[in-house]
Design a protein around this ligand. Sequence first.
Ligand code: PMP
Length: 403
Amino acid sequence: MSGAAAEAPLDVVADFPAIPDGWAYLDTAATAQKPRAVIDAIARGYDTTYATVHRGVYQRSADMTLAYEAARGTVARFVGAQPDEIVFVRGATEGINLVTHSWAGQQLKAGDRILLSQLEHHSNIVPWQMVAERVGAAIDVVPLTDDHRIDLDAMAAMIRPEHKLVALAHVSNVLGSVLDVTRACAIAHSVGARILIDGCQAVARLPVDVAALGCDFYVFSGHKLYGPTGIGVLWARPELLDAMPPYQGGGSMIDRVSFEKTSYAPAPTRFEAGTPHIVGALGLAAAVDYVTGIGLSRIHAHETALVADARAALSRINSLRLFGPADSAGIVSFALQGVHPHDIGTILDEHRVAIRAGHHCAQPLMGVLGVEATARASFGVYNGPADIDALAAGMERVVRIFG
Ligand code: PMP
């Protein structure tokens, strides 16, 4: 047994005011509930300490600027980076769009190729399609292994020097499969390609150190990490950020403006046009402090145990297909023959079990799995064995109703 698994079971549900007794919230992959510490940080931000940042000559604004930049430092330490390598964005979606506009818009040329995988979220597909169309680049897609991981052997066989950019999910939002990021980066770099990792589902489930992983860009959203919506992170290697043109123009991102010519501030300020989500950054830093206080290795062990229990309970049901690998990180997708996942979700809701049903913004993956949609249970720090029991009891009722 690992040291993490040997620790006392995680029991932090009391930290989460939005989770009443007996409600099995199994939709953390969509968005995580917020601990009191995050809610308090947001309330404090708007309550007794609120002011704008980077502009005020008065003390309150100077203090808020320090707090906002300290939040950047907290986030940087969390992923093993330096503060000026952290760009605050609205979420992973905006982070990827920033890279497709700013980096790819400048670097990709007609004839270049982009490599994605079959399990990507739409936000790691559509922005690449848009830039590919603009510049005349093409997209190739890495297939999955039989147990629904990104097939890195296939990736190694198909990659070639025309591939200038690889973009892959660290953890699949549908299958929970965990990418061997270090190996994926080595394969991308073997042909000189840059690699972006979509860490949306990873940062709340696994320790992440961008330097150790070896990637070029890493993005994630605050709201899946127990933080607020409307704030997320793009990390990029400093030499890439320094060479990238701005994404949006406006206030705060400039050095000097005249009608003849504008010069821009250095990164990351150059990429944060307009008044930022000040209090969002404070809430995100509180969320980072919260999960690091528990320990990411401990969270990972906790969720891995829940996945094992959920898979065991679900696999006792006839005609139920389980997707994803057994060692999935906190996410279990399934389908029951002859029953639409929305019906599963509705019946489970009557049992006070909240799951997600649908294509999970991964329609190409649904095609690969041979289904229109899946039912998905995803776990967080507040879940425990009682939630798996509730899921299993609710599924028994689904089976009784649909025969
Ligand atoms: N990538 C993955 C793997 C996700 O799970 C999500 C959210 N479901 C996103 C990207 C997009 O995140 P957001 O909507 O917060 O920008």
